[in-house]
Design a protein around this ligand. Structure first.
Ligand code: FAD
Length: 309
């Protein structure tokens, strides 16, 4: 790994504001947890994004792609190599009729507002999901009866194996519950075309207001978290199982099972990734003992952890 050389080259081409050395990942995750990334780059165009990726690989750095960091638990020792972050830069959007073509770093909150301004409906379900379009396309993010699979028409992605860019139709994406083909490969989602419906902006605004209200009532939005920690086990709701197993308020260090929504683990102060992992394990054991179900994490756990003492 030649981090210094990659840093020198990238910062001379992209400028120091878009390339950071030893960048604390706690600044880039909704959990506010995570040690330093050796290098973090924030491209603004497809050319820059591919340039960052190829330069990273040319200097032998592993490259981790992130959107807005709202579904990530980053290790306390950080991430070796390069983090390529799409949110906060790579976020152009064009609207043609009922089609919206959008780059993967665009935040869903901004996208839903922009759709509303164009009188396009169908994205309301996503207004309170704090992720990027790329993260949402990969995860098939969804809420309140809607999901990305309902609106995605095509996805354009970069395949590092063949160094080519390819466009996929929706029916090639193998969409399922929080699943797409991009969860099983190392492709980078560059852009998506979404097919929306012309409708009433006033009604759309009302729906979004109502959904955000319901979210504020049910979810601990005033505390750092990564949303629901566990996948929904078949036939159950993870939050209900956790609550019924008596885990609300359970803690490991400053990581705590939310009192408001048992499916969330919150950072109640200075939680470390190790605290969160320990709490995940306590919750899994307890739910298994009480309900006979093994929960599996939905959040993505990346980077290096210190050894357990
Ligand atoms: P990140 O967290 O940055 O990354 C997640 C994964 O996607 C990583 O593996 C990353 O490598 C990969 N990835 C990201 N961008 C790309 C790309 N361009 N190409 C290839 N891979 C990529 N989720 C829901 O589905 N529904 C909800 O209602 C919901 N509510 C939430 C509420 C709160 C308060 C929080 C904190 C989270 C919530 N989430 C919810 C989880 C999260 O917001 C979604 O999973 C979101 O889609 C993640 O997007 P992101 O850009 O933050 O992805």
């Amino acid at each position: 790994m030649q981090v210094e050389q990659a840093y020198a080259k990238l910062s001379s081409v992209m400028g120091k504001s878009r390339v950071k050395r030893n960048e604390p990942m706690m600044r880039h995750t909704s959990f506010k947890i995570g040690g330093p990334a050796d290098l973090l780059t924030c491209p603004e165009t497809r050319e820059q994004l591919l340039y960052c990726y190829r330069t990273g690989r040319a200097y032998d750095l592993p490259v981790f792609l992130m959107g807005n960091g709202s579904n990530l638990l980053v290790g306390d020792l950080g991430i070796r190599g390069m983090v390529l972050k799409t949110a906060g830069g790579y976020e152009d959007m064009t609207v043609e009729g009922e089609r919206v073509r959008v780059q993967s770093g665009m935040l869903l909150s901004r996208l839903t507002n922009a759709a509303l301004k164009h009188g396009l409906t169908g994205m309301e379900f996503a207004c309170g999901i704090p992720g990027s379009v790329g993260g949402a396309v990969v995860m098939n993010a969804g809420a309140y009866g809607g999901q990305m699979a309902d609106v995605v028409e095509t996805v354009t992605a970069y395949d590092p194996q063949t160094d080519t860019v390819r466009t996929f139709d929706a029916d090639e994406l193998d969409y399922g519950y929080r699943h797409s083909i991009f969860r099983d490969n190392d492709m980078i989602v560059l852009e998506a075309t979404l097919r929306l419906i012309r409708g009433s902006a006033a009604q759309s605004r009302e729906t979004m207001k109502d959904l955000n209200c319901r979210r504020r009532e049910k979810q601990p939005l005033n505390m750092p978290s990564a949303g629901s920690v566990f996948k929904r086990p078949e036939g159950y709701y993870a939050g209900t199982l956790i609550q019924e197993s008596g885990c609300k308020g359970m803690r490991a260090g400053d990581a705590m099972v939310s009192e408001k929504h048992a499916g969330f683990i919150v950072n109640a102060g200075k939680a470390t990734a190790r605290d969160v992992l320990d709490l995940i394990e306590q919750v899994r054991q307890t739910v298994h003992e009480k309900a006979g179900v093994w929960l599996e994490p939905e959040i993505h756990i990346v980077g290096e952890m210190p050894d357990k003492n």
